[in-house]
Design a protein around this ligand. Structure first.
Ligand code: TRP
Length: 342
């Protein structure tokens, strides 16, 4: 009986918890032929209604949004003139996400920009006719958003911030050599994180490194999942996980106290106290997202516009964290890195 209640509670937790841990919608029925082909183009002189949905506010996602809006404006798509932007942030809540995208759909907006994987999955579940441009989605194929990066299909395309776990761990081994075990800190419900952690596991297998799982389902469990790794691993790895990013200050404090390095998916997590990252430039990704939006407003079929991935990855290092945990950053890394220090 106790087991049954536990299973039920777990199931409820999985369904109702913190948004970023949301599971994918099962509505996959969209196909390219559903897309309205009489969509208006910019030359018609009307104002295009664009709904932007963002899972929560953290610096990387904010960079993506503001850079995208700036790039749109720089190309003549000024909010209040040629386009009208309705920006909504779900504050990390799945119910809010669904409410927001449903409102965009019932208002019959011309295009939806969905920032981060949970937002993109919610938008995809809400419409198979309105064009969707996602931004900063780690693994669009793994998250079930597109058929392939080259030919997304249906009414959806966008930008990806895929990073290489092997590259990040290569950096880790230069900063803190002799890593024999790595803790994987991530939200099990974030498809984006699961993909990168799978990449980490492949690297670990090849390099004879042990992975200690610290996956969680609920944002309330981040602190405990972090503590569970103390004394068990040589380093911690966290992908571009929206739930971890939102609690990064707590995570970083716990690990600093334990003198454990954390290698992170994104620069903002380093700014918030993580040790280092090998990641994407989010302002550039935001500008790339704007270019796709413009292409589609000009009549391109979303499903035929390839997903844009970022070729260039940059090193970010937090020197205050390095000092706090007694890590020595090699000179050649310092020379290439963007240094952040809270
Ligand atoms: N890649 C994440 C996703 O697919 C979104 C994201 C972008 C992110 N930058 C981040 C998450 C920084 C955490 C930290 O959902």
């Amino acid at each position: 009986m106790a087991k049954k209640i536990l299973a039920l509670l777990l199931a409820l937790a999985l369904i109702a918890t913190f948004a970023a841990c949301a599971t994918k919608s099962t509505d996959d029925s969209s196909s390219a032929s559903d897309v309205t082909d009489n969509a208006p183009t910019v030359d018609s002189g009307e104002t295009f209604q664009i709904g932007i949905v963002q899972i929560l506010e953290h610096p990387s996602l904010d960079d993506v949004r503001t850079s995208m809006i700036d790039e749109l404006a720089a190309n003549g798509y000024v909010d209040g003139d040629k386009i009208s932007i309705d920006y909504q942030n779900a504050q990390g809540d799945q119910t809010n996400l669904n409410t927001i995208v449903q409102k965009f759909v019932s208002s019959n907006y011309d295009l939806i920009v969905a920032i981060a994987t949970p937002s993109a999955q919610a938008a995809q579940g809400a419409t198979d006719t309105i064009r969707i441009v996602f931004a900063a989605v780690t693994d669009p194929v793994g998250a079930g958003l597109v058929a392939s990066l080259e030919a997304p299909g249906a009414n959806i395309t966008g930008t990806s911030d895929w990073i290489s776990a092997a590259q990040l761990m290569g950096l880790a081994q230069q900063i803190t050599p002799d890593i024999k075990s790595v803790g994987a800190l991530y939200c099990l419900g974030e498809a984006n994180s699961v993909s990168t952690v799978n990449d980490l596991k492949a690297w670990a297998e090849e390099n004879g490194v042990e992975i200690v799982e610290a996956g969680f389902v609920n944002s309330n469990e981040v602190a405990q999942a972090t503590s569970s790794l103390v004394g068990k691993v040589d380093a911690v790895f966290s992908p571009t996980d929206n739930t971890v990013a939102a609690s990064m200050a707590i995570v970083a404090d716990t690990l600093k106290e334990a003198k454990l390095p954390i290698y992170c998916g994104a620069d903002s997590m380093v700014t918030d106290g993580g040790l280092a990252s090998y990641g994407v430039n989010y302002p550039i990704l935001g500008a790339e997202t704007a270019k796709i939006v413009i292409e589609i407003l000009n009549g391109a079929n979303a499903g035929e516009v390839p997903v844009k991935t970022m070729e260039q990855l940059d090193i970010y290092v937090n020197t205050a964290t390095a000092e706090a945990i007694g890590a020595n950053i090699p000179e050649d890394i310092l020379a290439q890195a963007t240094i952040v220090s809270e």
